[in-house]
Design a protein around this ligand. Structure first.
Ligand code: G
Ligand code: G
Ligand code: MN
Ligand code: NA
Length: 254
């Protein structure tokens, strides 16, 4: 079957779910954020990776419905998780260009937040450089209104897209996520190490929090800590998992 037909069925049959990967404050070890990552468990084919269907969902516009569902789910889940954790935590949701450009994106997000009964401060939106590159005149206004309402904005996969430092000045970002391509070699490649240090220093001087993605080894974590990185995400610390699995582990993070 064609991917788009399968995907339409998946939406109708509720085959899509949201998993969460924990992110930790490097200095304190506290769980601070959960990144929402969509998962598709096909009844016959098993798990289908987002890379295989997100692009199709973007092309066909199905991402608009899928994206709304993920946002709603993420807000509902984080409320429940905070209640169990007895501590605030943010939920970070990936936003694709098509979803962002659909019109009144800011109003839609704020509406979903309100309907789920959480405050905007618990939501973080991950925006890629690719989205900013499209340079729509409305982009700045949408981001500014979301930031003003209290939603956090992070720039995702930093350094891999069409990195332009002007984005950091033009838009109200709070967080910069260093792409895992740089983190991967940070302990044994001096150029990666230099880039990571430079990105952290730049982010600090712009008052942005820095997240390192793809942390898989203790050595990488130690290096990041030494260079002042704020938050770590990666398989070393926790894989994306279902709400049930997260709930079962939550006592470790209280
Ligand atoms: O775990 P990982 O394989 O989940 O994700 C692969 C890619 O899919 C990443 O680039 C991630 O940003 C993207 N992705 C995961 N969930 C979502 C989602 O809910 N919306 C969008 N737009 N992208 C997502
Ligand atoms: O593009 P984005 O950063 O949104 O995607 C997050 C993706 O990174 C997800 O696919 C998630 O499963 C993956 N990921 C998270 N931690 C690690 C890690 O330590 N190593 C690798 N290889 N991938 C990771
Ligand atoms: Mn992301
Ligand atoms: Na990323």
């Amino acid at each position: 079957l064609e991917m788009v037909t399968k995907l339409r069925k998946a939406i109708a049959n509720d085959e899509l779910s949201v998993h969460y990967q924990p992110l930790f404050d490097i200095a304190t070890g506290n769980l601070v954020t959960l990144e929402a990552l969509i998962r598709w468990n096909h009844p016959k084919e098993g798990w289908i990776a987002p890379d295989q269907f997100i692009p199709v969902a973007e092309e066909t516009g199905l991402i608009k419905d899928i994206g709304d569902q993920v946002l709603r789910r993420a807000c509902a889940d984080v409320k429940e998780i905070m209640y169990r954790l007895q501590r605030p935590v943010k939920v970070a949701v990936n936003i694709s260009a098509r979803q962002f450009k659909d019109g009144h994106f800011d109003e839609k997000v704020l509406g979903i937040i309100a309907s789920q009964g959480i405050v905007p401060e618990y939501l973080e939106l991950e925006i890629t450089e690719r989205l900013l590159m499209l340079d729509d005149p409305e982009t700045a206004g949408i981001l500014r209104r979301l930031a003003k309402a209290g939603v956090s904005l992070s720039i995702d996969d930093f350094g891999t897209g069409y990195s332009s430092l002007s984005y950091l000045k033009r838009y109200p970002f709070d967080v910069l996520k260093i792409d895992r391509a740089f983190v991967k070699d940070v302990t044994h490649d001096s150029q990666s190490a230099a880039l990571v240090s430079a990105i952290i220093a730049m982010a600090q001087s712009l008052d942005l929090k820095v997240i390192a993605e793809g942390v898989e080894e203790e050595g990488q974590l130690a290096h990041l800590k030494k260079h002042g990185c704020d938050i770590a995400q990666g398989f070393l610390l926790g894989r994306p998992m279902s709400v049930a699995d997260l709930t079962a582990k939550i006592h470790q993070w209280q």
